[in-house]
Design a binder for this molecule. Structure first.
Ligand code: 5GP
Ligand code: MG
Length: 466
């Protein structure tokens, strides 16, 4: 099971006269990370003595009511919004995972995906552990618990050296909040300051949401322990090579977040500008597919001088299409989800920009939607290269057989979706866009575009599925 999620943690300085409600801040943080996972949500709290948790299926607003939040007292919170990509969600998978042992309790929220899950699970089972779920996150909690007697720091470093893959972790004990990021920093994690404490979050938009002050990104291979003494940072040994997920900028993150010093919206604007330069076409209007295609469309319009129009309205009350489990439902949902503005597109030559093509479902329907509304020509432009390979690190790209660009040429995809023309940004163009914001040479994981992964996946040869 692959999971791409949002994680958050809150640490408030404990005080004798107040009942602390870290849970409330965690709730708002989760709310602003809802785009990272809509399947389930959970908040665990600690008050120095014990850990309590509330979890459930559904959106953050559906899982917690006022009563739940009031009862979750404590000065530390660890929270998670889950998007499980298997389609078959079960209650056993809802995070944070909480375990209680004689030595103390641990709550853990994980964004990412372990590639050596099977081996670790086998190892743990041989030494007597039993599992309630098929989640790789449970393996992490069990590993920490196993070496807890050596002390928290040792337990964390031991565990983190054993797990391979992508992980942004928020861990909580009765009196500390811990954050960790894998040696490649594939999934994001940042540190924020609150007026009476600290917070951790997948994206900086969560820090803004609770009125915190962004401090910095957690570095690849870094662990931070937050307690009464402040924030203690250390590296867990391994040599790190930054390989952050480029798809966070393409699609996943919210535009108002700044990830690893790059503002997401700025990245999208510049990708759109490069796309316009690489793949120009004569047209009357440019529009973007809401929400993640809008930034690139604005950038394309500005660079090409072709007017930007809204063109498409998206129903706000619909979950992301991928939630629908079958291809049939997915296809129908696109009509419910998007409608064209006839006044913007009728009789016009339209350039429509989306951030990515995965299965090809969305763009095929959108071409129809625009033609139904009277568009004269429909030119599709995509602000990321063709997705040809699966992701092992937590983004919901399906197996290769379902990736339309893995088996089809650009011309075939164009015909399949029914557009007058189709073009993608080049890989170099995408990097150029990011480099133009941050000239520091950042490394990225671009596995979904090239099949080259930062960590070999067991059973793969050169990162390619056999
Ligand atoms: P397609 O319809 O080609 O299968 O998917 C492309 C559309 O899905 C694009 O509009 C893109 O914004 C969105 N998308 C890309 N990656 C993901 C993902 O991992 N999850 C979800 N829910 N949507 C995605
Ligand atoms: Mg989209």
């Amino acid at each position: 099971m692959k999971e791409k999620c949002g994680v958050a943690g809150i640490y408030l300085r404990p005080s004798e006269h107040e009942v602390f409600q870290a849970a409330r801040l965690a709730y708002f943080a989760l709310y602003s990370l809802q785009h990272r996972g809509q399947e389930s949500a959970g908040i665990a709290v600690a008050d120095g003595v014990r850990i309590d948790a509330r979890k459930g299926m559904g959106l953050v607003a559906e899982v917690f009511n006022e009563e739940d939040l009031r009862s979750l007292t404590g000065h530390i919170a660890c929270a998670h919004a889950l998007y499980s990509t298997s389609g078959a969600a079960t209650a056993d998978h809802i995070q944070p995972f909480v375990i209680r042992s004689k030595l103390g309790g641990i709550a853990l929220a994980h964004n990412g995906n372990l590639v050596n899950y099977e081996q670790l699970k086998e190892f743990l089972e041989e030494t007597g552990s039993t599992f309630l779920s098929h989640s790789d996150t449970e393996v992490i909690v069990k590993l920490i618990a196993k070496s807890y007697k050596k002390g928290l720091e040792r337990a964390l470093t031991d565990t983190i050296q054993m797990i391979k893959g992508s992980f942004a972790l928020v861990v909580m004990t009765e009196n500390a909040l811990i954050g960790a990021r894998d040696p490649n920093g594939i999934r994001p994690l940042c540190l924020g300051k609150l007026h009476n404490g600290w917070m951790l979050a997948s994206e900086s938009c969560a820090v803004d949401a609770v009125g915190g002050e962004f401090v910095r990104d957690i570095s690849p291979g870094e662990i931070v322990i937050i307690n009464d003494d402040g924030v203690l940072s250390f590296e867990f040994g391994e040599r790190t090579a930054k390989r952050t997920c480029i798809f966070e900028y393409v699609y996943f993150a919210r535009p108002d977040s700044v990830l690893d010093t790059i503002p997401v919206q700025e990245a999208r604007l510049r990708m759109g500008a490069v796309l316009a330069r690489e793949n120009p076409v004569d047209a009357d209007v440019v529009l973007g597919v809401p929400d993640s295609g809008l930034g690139a469309a604005m950038g394309y319009s500005a660079a090409s001088g072709i007017p930007y129009v809204m063109g498409i309205v998206k129903n706000k009350y619909i979950g992301r299409t991928f939630i629908a489990p079958t291809q049939d439902t997915r296809e129908k949902m696109v009509f419910v989800k998007h409608n064209a503005l006839k006044s913007d597109v009728a009789g016009k030559r339209v350039i429509i920009i989306d951030d990515s093509i995965v299965r090809g479902t969305t763009c095929k329907r959108l071409v129809q939607v625009l033609r139904n509304a009277g568009a004269r020509e429909v030119h599709f432009r995509i602000s990321s290269p063709p997705v040809r390979f699966p992701c092992y690190f937590g983004i919901d790209t399906p197996c290769r057989a379902e990736l339309i660009s893995s088996a089809h040429t650009e011309a075939e995809v164009r015909d399949e979706i029914g557009a007058d023309s189709l073009a993608f940004i080049s890989i170099d163009g995408m990097f150029e866009a990011l480099r133009s914001i941050s000239p520091k040479t950042y490394g990225y994981c671009k596995g979904c575009f090239t099949g080259e992964y930062p960590i070999p996946f067991p059973g793969e040869l050169n990162g390619r599925r056999l």
